[in-house]
Design a binder for this molecule. Structure first.
Ligand SMILES: NC(=O)C1=CN([C@@H]2O[C@H](COP(=O)(O)OP(=O)(O)OC[C@H]3O[C@@H](n4cnc5c(N)ncnc54)[C@H](O)[C@@H]3O)[C@@H](O)[C@H]2O)C=CC1
Ligand SMILES: O=C(O)[C@@H]1CCC=N1
Length: 286
């Protein structure tokens, strides 16, 4: 069997994450996926996903029928973990024996998909929303069948359109990765919100405070990325470069890095996400 995948790619669940990935794939500049290879499967397509389908002419179906499934060699599952098990039986009846299954659902383990799709190659991936602009990161693990068929590389070719792929060998680490990079963009957006609110509370006009906060988060992120790439500095070194002894930053960091400050709060937050990931995987879905 060849590992070449030139068939269609069905994305099941085109909500926030599905639409972010599809946006990344449809960006031709990054060697993306041609619109006529993609099929959106979602009974409630709306918002950005509906716009994407319309703008690019992507086929949209409410469910995957047996005839269409014959043309699908890659199935991406991007529904909520809470509905995943309801969605799997109907899909398992129609997908081909050699279809590569990729799930991006938090918490749901390879074993669940191996039960639903016996003998199929499966990749569990944790993407994040900056993938929509090619600035995402993926953390993935492949089952043995995917490796037997040499499909890890094939999955990576697809996933890396949205950002690099880090492969894990131990599935138990997926929860921690989810807490860092899957959920992580929300922490950074919260930082931008909090910074803007704080500026406003200290007297800045709201719109100016927001512009300053957004430019600061975006600029610091871009600088960190560049400095890591060229090897000039890491995050701690960049932080120290802003911090003049006895200056304003030192005064602020004494608050942020004091007892119970940001580092310990972030650790608690990532640990909570990791725990929730395990709960979602074990069926505690509420
Ligand atoms: N939102 C994020 O930043 C990230 C989400 N994920 C994972 O992505 C998955 C989706 O999350 P979101 O996009 O945030 O949720 P969402 O609620 O925005 O999207 C879920 C989509 O699934 C559709 N859907 C529901 N039942 C369906 C069915 N039977 N067949 C096909 N589609 C169906 C809904 O209409 C909706 O469009 C989750 O498993 C989540 O863990 C992973 C990484 C990041
Ligand atoms: O909040 C969630 O459960 C999903 C998974 C990672 C980011 N969003």
């Amino acid at each position: 069997m060849t590992s070449e995948r030139n068939g269609r790619l069905a994305l099941v669940g085109v909500g926030r994450m599905g639409a972010a990935m599809a946006t990344g794939w449809l960006r031709k500049s990054r060697g993306g996926v041609p619109a006529d290879r993609l099929i959106f499967i979602d009974p409630g397509l709306e918002g950005p996903a509906a716009d994407l389908a319309r703008e690019h002419g992507v086929t949209h179906l409410a469910s995957l029928d047996a005839k269409t499934a014959k043309s699908v060699d890659t199935l991406i599952l991007a529904v909520k973990p809470q509905v995943m098990e309801k969605v799997l039986p109907a899909l398992s009846e129609v997908v081909r024996e050699d279809t590569l299954i990729i799930s991006v659902a938090a918490g749901i383990g390879l074993r669940t998909f191996e039960k639903a799709f016996p003998g199929r190659p499966i990749v569990r991936n944790m993407p994040n929303v900056p993938g929509a602009i090619g600035k995402g990161i993926n953390v993935a693990i492949a089952n043995a069948r995917a490796d037997e068929l040499g499909l890890r590389k094939q999955a990576e070719t697809l996933l890396k359109v949205t950002g690099p792929v880090e492969w894990l060998e131990e599935e138990r680490l997926m929860g921690a990765a989810t807490g860092v990079s899957g959920s992580g963009p929300a922490y950074v957006f919260l930082m931008a919100e909090a910074l803007a609110r704080a500026g406003e509370a200290e007297g800045l006009p709201a719109d100016l405070a927001e512009r300053l906060a957004v430019a600061t988060v975006a600029g610091a992120g871009a600088m960190l990325e560049k400095s890591l790439k060229d090897g000039s500095a890491n995050a701690a070194e960049l932080r120290r470069s802003v911090t003049s002894p006895k200056g304003t930053t030192q005064a602020a960091l004494d608050v942020l890095m004091g007892e119970g400050g940001l580092p310990s709060l972030i650790h608690k937050a990532v640990a909570a996400a990791e725990k929730r990931s395990r709960e979602l995987g074990s069926g505690e879905k509420k």
